[in-house]
Ligand binder design. Structure first.
Ligand code: KG4
Ligand code: ZN
Length: 342
């Protein structure tokens, strides 16, 4: 069956088409990053209006790229949570209308399952059971996945998500929004050992994370040196190397904790395969450090290409495909669940 995936949970509107073998044929994404940047974060009302303006042309574009008509679709998979309620409503309402008009089966997909399935979209598929580290702007969780659809959350953040910490620190440094990729770029030219920042819950046996202490340490560090960015103003000139070193040291602190806890989870659940996914999985430091750490442990690691780490509809189509094949359709009563968890 040909499957259409639709994603609109936050600030990306996306549509993708999978062929009957589950191969990704087309994928279109519109990021609203530039629109929200001037507010320093996602403005929910603007996000939903922008989804509404874009969704039709994105779905039509993805279908055109795949040279399919809606009548040829065997199923539609749409993100129905977690996420911003207004944003989710646009995707779900659109998917329902399309499914009704073409008498096509419809399933709702948990956005987190989408991220977990992203490493399966391209390349050699990971093997079950596995441990997944899902790191995005809204979530930081460790999941033990016994098989498709069999998930157990074994660790999560007690405060900020890792991506949120990247974004907040970037804001303090005047790097703008979203800051993850900007810190990543700056960190490439800095010394990760220049400053020692705290590693939250490092010594604890728990698989939970905490990034709020690190964020506060960064605030104090920047304040003490007079490196805080002013309103709408970038960091002070002449301090560039210090800020590069700060970015590199901060990134190292986040990466250390993510890798350490994921490794502990893989050992505890005795899995031979680990996947890392979500927007923060695009981070160069995390990609390099995890590659080295898991190789040394004899554990296979799958991280999707960068474009599949951040929000996209290919992962949603793939996550929904399994249930569409098993005829587990939701029907027209599909609900939007902004606080959906695993
Ligand atoms: O998965 P995603 O696109 O959206 C959510 O579901 O939240 O993740 C977005 C998050 C943002 O916080 C962004 O700053 C972060 O991923 N991010 C990065 C990088 N690229 C995106 N964080 C660190 N390094 C990157 N290269
Ligand atoms: Zn996401």
């Amino acid at each position: 069956m040909w499957v259409l995936g639709i994603e609109s949970s936050c600030d990306e509107t996306a549509a993708a088409v999978l062929d009957p073998q589950g191969t990704l044929i087309s994928s279109r994404i519109n990021s609203q990053e530039a629109i929200h940047a001037r507010f320093g974060g996602v403005v929910p009302e603007i996000a939903s209006r922008e989804h509404l303006a874009r969704i039709r042309s994105l779905v039509e574009g993805a279908l055109q790229d795949a040279q399919r008509t809606p009548q040829e679709l065997g199923g539609i998979a749409v993100t129905n949570g977690p996420g911003l309620v207004g944003s989710l409503l646009v995707g779900v309402a659109f998917a329902k209308a399309l499914a009704m008009a073409h008498r096509c089966p419809l399933v709702g997909v948990n956005h987190l399952e989408g991220h977990l399935m992203a490493p399966f979209v391209q390349g050699p598929p990971p093997e079950w059971p596995l441990v997944a580290l899902l790191v995005s702007g809204g979530h930081t969780s460790l999941v033990y996945a016994q098989g498709p659809g069999q998930y157990k959350t074994i660790g999560s953040t007690r405060d900020d998500a890792a991506g949120e910490a990247f974004d907040k620190v970037a804001k303090l440094m005047g790097l703008g929004y979203p800051g993850g990729a900007r810190i990543d770029a700056l960190a490439a030219e800095g010394d990760p050992a220049a400053f020692k920042f705290p590693r939250g819950l490092k010594e604890r046996a728990s698989l939970d994370f905490s990034f709020s202490g690190l964020k506060t340490a960064l605030l104090l560090h920047l304040q003490a040196r007079g490196w805080m960015a002013g309103e709408g103003q970038a960091f002070p000139c002449g301090e560039l190397q210090g800020l590069k070193d700060t970015a590199a040291s901060f990134q190292q602190a986040v990466v250390d904790v993510l890798v350490r806890k994921t490794l502990a989870a893989a050992r505890k659940y005795q899995v031979r395969h680990v996947v890392i996914s979500g927007g923060v999985a695009a981070n160069s430091g995390l990609r390099q450090a995890s590659q080295a750490a898991f190789e040394a442990e004899g554990i296979r690691l799958s991280i999707p290409p960068r474009g599949l780490c951040t929000d996209n509809a290919a992962m949603i189509a793939l996550a929904g495909r399994r249930r569409l094949i098993q005829s587990e359709h939701e029907g027209w009563g599909l609900q939007v669940l902004p606080r959906l968890s695993f």
